[in-house]
Design a protein around this ligand. Structure first.
Ligand code: 6SG
Length: 223
């Protein structure tokens, strides 16, 4: 029993994601689950229900997503991703490998925060500059791929096995290409990596499903 469990309703069998009707911060965890052949339940919280009800008070940091797995209740999307990575074999087995994967995921989070700031705070005034900054922002990931066996046989952002940070990075790359379709033009390794990961059969099937395509990327209609 986790220390927070008493705050929440009882254990649920299997995995349940509670979130707004958007891809947002749940897209990477859904990709991970789909690609790893898992099923899960979705509890969709309408935005008016969120602002008029008591759910916010019951959340550890007053925010969603929430993931429940049996008697474990988790908030914070990156902690959730890391947990799902450990549970389904997409985290390392060695503490040093894990630390490197976590470091890469933190790099993805830094860029995601810049993207979300644009989307939710200054889309109209900041879009052109943000797009201009993308080659500089993304070159670090191109560099990681280059150092990973020159990006040739290496399929992934760390080593040769998919890790939870791959799903987070691929989700962010999908959003960035929606914002600016040519943003990977000068980054051949990242472009090939994106194609390679999103072509994995189960992930590709999920990305084409209504469950994914019918959800807006963000909560304010901007993308
Ligand atoms: C918003 O920020 O979807 N959670 C969001 N908003 C509601 O009352 N560090 C953690 C994590 O990684 C960040 C959580 C995240 O898990 S996600 C949340 O709970 C709150 O704070 C982005 C998203 N937005 C869609 C959306 C529409 C209505 C509520 C949420 C308008 C936009 C954001 C708030 C109001 Fe909105």
């Amino acid at each position: 029993m986790s220390p927070c469990s008493s705050l929440f309703t009882g254990a649920v069998p299997g995995l349940k994601i509670t979130y707004f009707p958007v891809r947002g911060r749940c897209s990477a965890m859904r990709m991970l689950l789909a690609d790893q052949g898992q099923t899960w339940e979705e509890e969709v919280v309408a935005i008016d229900q969120w602002f008029s009800g008591d759910m916010k008070k019951s959340c550890v940091f007053g925010q969603l997503p929430k993931v429940q797995d049996g008697d474990l209740v988790l908030f914070q999307s990156n902690a959730i991703l890391r947990y799902l990575g450990s549970k389904f074999g997409c985290h390392g087995t060695d503490i040093k490998v894990n630390a490197e994967i976590d470091m890469i995921n933190d790099g993805v989070e830094d860029l995601r925060i810049k993207y979300l700031t644009l989307i939710y705070k200054n889309y109209e005034t900041g879009k052109a500059d943000f797009i201009k900054s993308l080659p500089d922002e993304l070159k670090w990931f191109e560099g990681l791929l280059k150092n990973n066996n020159k990006g040739e046989s290496a399929g992934f952002i760390h080593g040769e096995k998919i890790c939870y940070a791959d799903y987070n990075l691929v989700d962010l790359l999908l959003n960035l290409q929606t914002l600016e379709p040519t943003c990977l033009k000068e980054l051949p390794l990242l472009q090939a990596y994106y194609q390679r990961v999103t072509s994995r059969p189960a992930l590709s099937k999920y990305l084409k499903s209504d469950a994914h395509t019918k959800l807006p990327i963000n909560g304010n209609g901007k993308q």
